[in-house]
Design a protein around this ligand. Structure first.
Ligand SMILES: O=C(O)CCC(=O)C(=O)O
Length: 226
């Protein structure tokens, strides 16, 4: 799946103000309190269980950026919350959001969002992206390790040159959209504060293929095509 994507030559765009800085920071404080005891690192599909996450995937600023990318009919295919605790090793290896052992996303009819609930910089483990890597299409990836899925997908991508990666720092309440073929990952948090981000995969009708032939389980958020 090579060819142009919805986000221009770099394959990445900024999202500003999906929440106010104060609201994002307050939510991060609640999550930190809720998950600190057992140092939870990944929460899967919080938009199906938590009101704040349901609210977040409907954010007007976010949805208007997603509409510009993939049109008016939008559903959420998947979300996951990533919490990086200071001093706890947790790297997210290079990967592409649009392909895994279960699904393949059509890059013209899908887009990934990453939203900062806290500030994220190089010391706290912000995203690193390879601008333009989406032009290479989907790359071979290592089998997903059977780690009990504690840390989400952990894919090694063959043939990416680490020196081409660029940090993508973000402030609480901002974030980015990524072409689902964009190679990205993040380092461990070596700073002093917790770092929290929400990853959302959005699809337009027909944008998600489940490898076993079953229907994708989608959560519509906009438009009438569902
Ligand atoms: O939050 C992170 O550090 C990485 C998240 C990510 O890359 C993903 O969920 O696809």
């Amino acid at each position: 799946m090579t060819g142009p994507g919805p986000l221009g030559p770099d394959g990445v765009g900024r999202v500003r103000g999906w929440a106010t800085r104060a609201a994002a920071t307050a939510r991060a404080a609640h999550l930190t309190t809720a998950y600190r005891a057992d140092r939870t690192e990944v929460v899967r599909n919080p938009h199906l269980t938590a009101e704040w996450a349901r609210h977040t995937v409907h954010s007007p600023a976010l949805l208007s950026a997603v509409r510009r990318a993939i049109g008016p009919d939008i559903a959420v295919e998947n979300t996951f919350l990533v919490i990086k605790w200071p001093g706890l090793p947790f790297e997210v290896p290079w990967h592409q959001d649009g392909i895994n052992d279960r699904i393949v996303l059509d890059p013209r009819r899908s887009v990934a969002a990453w939203l900062a609930l806290t500030d994220a910089d190089e010391s706290t483990g912000c995203l690193h992206v390879f601008p333009g890597s989406q032009r290479r299409g989907y790359l071979a990836y290592d089998a997903e390790p059977d780690t009990g899925a504690v840390r989400g997908r952990a894919l090694g991508i063959a043939g990416v040159e680490p020196s081409e990666a660029r940090p993508l720092p973000s402030q609480a309440g901002d974030g980015c959209l990524m072409d689902v073929r964009l190679v990205h990952g993040s380092d461990s948090n070596t700073g002093g504060d917790v770092r929290i981000g929400l990853n959302i995969r959005f699809v337009a009708p027909g944008g998600c293929t489940v490898r076993d032939g079953s229907d994708p389980s989608l959560y519509p958020v906009s438009g009438t095509g569902w």
